[in-house]
Write a protein that binds this ligand. Structure first.
Ligand code: ATP
Ligand code: LTN
Length: 333
């Protein structure tokens, strides 16, 4: 039996980066998995509140992300889809693993260092311990494979360390999870600053394509994407980050290789090239949006989440019981 697990935070509007770097990969792995594979995909709401979230907006984002998962092709018959906070063992394992994580290991996380600088009301201790909660998510289901974008690689490293540490201290318990990172699309860049990651929490609207942006907005954002003055389409991440990012997006949407696309587009000016990218995005995203609108307010969505939480809880509870027994806490069960 193999287990695949991943999650996304409902901390804002889902971006094209989240889709190409993560969700698309979840769906492909789901569709290629054999009968013997368990798949857990969840909405990481406990992670989202490591920085303040408006409660009304957060509720909406949770449901919206669930509908996006389904609209993108996750199938509740093949994947267990659930909300993290509805399986209380996530918080519990987070604490258990904190007892064996060193503060120094957390303080050197690059995402922590970036995010702490952006906090105006002080840095919550949960922002520091966030990678432990994430390791807990992964170990709770004894996961083997974790599809993520490249920015999560360092957090995955800690999950591996904690799995090994637990196994060494208390006897063999956990698989050591492996990150699954795509070759193309693992780091989609901001349209306005192509040297930094496209991110949900970017304040600048036109820096990101959101999965639910309408057609006119998508076309406008691509048309105003920052490029360079050379007016020649080819891939060079260092010297042409804007064009390289658009080529990456086009490659992910069309399933053509970057080399093929460069050949197709080499005689185009930037205006023509951007139109091709916008067309491909519209073609990819419009059907997703149509399904999203059908699913969002359906009764089915609630049923799927209830069922998902029930199924996930069953596995999670078994792991927590085993961990407590090995760690010597509570009474023997
Ligand atoms: P935030 O800005 O709130 O930190 P985020 O946009 O970085 O959010 P996450 O919820 O942290 O999104 O990420 C969810 C998944 O999407 C992760 O697997 C992450 O690696 C992936 N991901 C996020 N942004 C990108 C991106 N620009 N390119 C590729 N993958 C991405
Ligand atoms: N921290 C991740 C989201 C996340 C996750 C996980 C991903 C939370 N728990 C477990 C994979 C496995 C992020 O993308 N910010």
């Amino acid at each position: 039996m193999k287990t695949i697990l991943s999650g996304i935070q409902p901390s804002g509007k889902i971006t094209l980066g989240n889709y190409l770097g993560a969700i698309k990969n979840f769906v492909e792995m789901q569709n290629n998995a054999d009968e013997d594979t368990n798949i857990f995909i969840f909405i990481a709401d406990l992670h989202a509140i490591t920085v303040y979230q408006d409660p009304v907006e957060l509720r909406k984002s949770i449901k919206s992300l669930a509908a996006i998962y389904l609209a993108c092709g996750l199938d509740p018959n093949k994947s267990t889809i659930f909300i993290q906070s509805e399986v209380k063992e996530h918080a519990e394992i987070g604490y258990l693993l904190q007892t064996m994580t060193y503060v120094g290991e957390l303080e050197r996380m690059t995402q922590y260092k970036d995010k702490m600088q952006k906090q105006v009301q002080g840095v919550s201790s949960a922002l520091l311990t966030y990678p432990v909660l994430m390791a807990g998510d992964i170990l709770l289901y004894n996961s083997n494979y974790v599809p993520v974008g490249v920015d999560q690689k360092q957090h995955l490293e800690l999950s591996r360390t904690l799995a090994e540490r637990f196994n060494n201290r208390y006897s063999e318990t956990f698989n050591v999870p492996e990150p699954i990172i795509q070759k193309v699309g693992a780091k989609i860049m901001s349209l306005q600053d192509p040297t930094s990651k496209m991110s949900k929490s970017d304040k600048l609207e036109k820096a990101s394509i959101f999965l639910l942006d309408d057609e006119a907005t998508i076309r406008k954002k691509i048309a105003s994407a920052v490029t360079d003055s050379e007016a020649k389409v080819y891939f060079d991440q260092e010297n042409k980050p804007g064009i390289s990012n658009l080529l990456t997006i086009l490659s992910c949407c069309t399933l053509k290789s970057i080399d093929e696309l460069v050949e197709d587009c080499k005689d185009m000016n930037y205006g023509e090239f951007k139109k091709i990218v916008a067309d491909a995005l519209v073609e990819k995203l419009m059907p997703i949006q149509q399904r999203y609108n059908e699913i969002l307010n359906s009764e089915e969505l609630d049923l799927i989440l209830t069922e998902g939480a029930k199924k996930a809880s069953y596995f999670a509870n078994k792991t927590i019981t085993k961990m407590k027994r090995k760690m010597g806490i509570g009474r023997k069960q």
